[in-house]
Design a protein around this ligand. Structure first.
Ligand SMILES: [Zn+2]
Length: 336
C-alpha cells in the first residue's frame, strides 16, 4: 500500500505545520507531486478547523480523501467507503479539471458530507439515502457550508475543464419547483443565504436530538416553497402517453409529443406570470418546439431516431425559479 506510506510521510511532515481538528488521511492512487497533496491536506485541514471553531462541535473520527486513478465514476463523498473521492469524472459528460482538486468549494462541500456522516451516521445509510428530502438537505447544507466559509456567487467555478460552474448561490429557486438532490439543494442553499441562516443552524441539524428535516433547519421561513402539499407545483401531461415517473417519453418519426403544463393554485398565486422555455444540448436538434399557449407545447420530431435531455425552465420576472428535466427520444415504435 504505497499510498499509506506516502500518507504517513506526508502527515508526519505536515502535521506540525497544519495542526488538524481531526485526523486526515490522503490515499493517492495517482502519484501526484507532493506539493499538490500538501495543498489538499492544508485545504481540508483548514476547512475542518474552521468547522470546529465556528460551530463549537468536535470531530471524533478520521477522514480519508482518495485521489482515484481508475474505476472512479464521479467526484464526491462515497457513503459506502466513507471516503471523499476525487477523480476525472463527475458522472456526466463534462471532463473534470485535475480530479476536482482545483475547486476549494467542491473540496469543502464533500468534506461537509463526511462531517455530517460523523454526526448523523443513521442518515448516511443507503436505505435513508433513498429519501429525496434527505438528499436535498445533504446537498444544500454542503453547498451552504462552502458558502459560509467563502461567500461567492457560484459554486465550483474551478471544477470543470470548460470553466462552467456547478451551481449558483443567488438564484431565487423555489424548492418545490426544482428536482433532484442538487437542484433542490441549490434552492435550499439559496434560501438559507437569502434568509440569513448561519453556523448555529448547520450545527443544530447535526445533533441527533433534532430531526434531519427541512422543518428542523428552516425554523424561521415563511416561504410556501417549503410548505409540502401547499407549495407551488407544476404538473404536466403528455397527450396519449401515460405519466412517466422518470419524465421519459418516446415517440415515433412524424408523431408530435404534445405537452401541457398545469400550475396549481399556489403556483399561480406566487408566480402569476410564469414563463416556460425549453432547452436541449442535443445537436443537431431532435425536435422542432412550437409553443401553442403559455403552457402548451408541440414537439415535432426532426429525425428518424435519437434521444436526448431537455430542460424546461420556469422564469418569473426574468429569473429562473424552477425547472423540470425530461429525457425524450424518437424511434420506430411498433403498433400495440
Ligand atoms: Zn454532494
Amino acid at each position: 500500500m504505497p499510498w499509506l506510506i506516502f500518507f504517513l510521510t506526508t502527515l508526519s511532515t505536515l502535521a506540525h505545520a497544519f495542526p488538524c481538528a481531526t485526523q486526515l488521511a490522503i490515499s493517492d492512487d495517482v502519484g501526484l507531486p507532493s506539493e499538490e497533496t500538501s495543498r489538499l491536506f492544508q485545504t481540508a485541514c483548514e476547512t475542518l478547523n474552521q468547522f470546529e471553531k465556528k460551530t463549537g462541535d468536535s470531530l471524533d473520527h478520521s477522514i480519508t480523501l482518495k485521489i482515484a486513478k481508475r474505476g472512479c465514476l464521479r467526484v464526491g463523498y462515497d457513503f459506502v467507503s466513507q471516503m471523499v473521492v476525487f477523480c476525472s469524472q463527475d458522472g456526466g459528460n463534462k471532463p473534470v479539471k485535475h480530479f476536482g482538486l482545483n475547486s476549494v468549494s467542491v473540496i469543502r462541500h464533500e468534506l461537509f458530507h463526511a462531517v455530517t456522516c460523523q454526526f448523523r451516521p443513521e442518515i448516511c445509510q443507503l436505505a435513508a439515502l433513498k429519501d429525496e428530502t434527505t438528499n436535498a438537505i445533504l446537498e444544500g447544507t454542503a453547498d451552504f457550508f462552502a458558502y459560509l466559509l467563502h461567500p461567492e456567487n457560484e459554486f465550483g467555478t474551478d471544477f470543470y475543464e470548460d470553466g462552467s460552474s456547478l451551481r449558483k448561490y443567488g438564484r431565487p429557486l423555489c424548492y418545490s419547483l426544482t428536482e433532484g438532490p442538487h437542484g433542490k439543494g441549490e434552492a435550499l442553499a439559496s434560501a438559507l443565504i437569502h434568509q440569513g441562516y448561519g453556523w448555529s443552524d448547520l450545527s443544530r441539524l447535526l445533533h441527533p436530538e433534532h430531526s434531519f428535516s427541512l422543518a428542523s433547519l428552516l425554523t424561521q421561513t415563511d416561504s410556501s416553497c417549503f410548505a409540502g402539499v401547499h407549495s407551488p407545483i407544476m404538473n404536466y401531461s403528455v397527450k396519449d402517453h401515460a405519466a412517466s415517473p422518470l419524465h421519459r417519453y418516446w415517440t415515433s418519426p412524424g408523431v408530435a409529443l404534445q405537452f401541457r403544463f398545469q400550475p396549481n393554485a399556489s403556483l399561480l398565486a406566487q408566480y402569476p406570470l410564469l414563463k416556460l422555455s425549453w432547452s436541449s444540448s442535443a445537436r443537431p436538434p431532435l425536435f422542432e418546439i412550437l409553443q401553442n399557449s403559455p403552457t402548451a407545447f408541440r414537439l415535432n420530431p426532426l429525425s428518424a431516431r435519437g434521444h436526448g435531455e431537455f430542460l424546461v425552465s420556469y422564469s418569473y420576472a426574468g429569473q429562473v425559479v424552477g425547472f423540470r428535466k425530461f429525457r425524450l427520444g424518437i424511434r420506430k415504435i411498433p403498433p400495440p
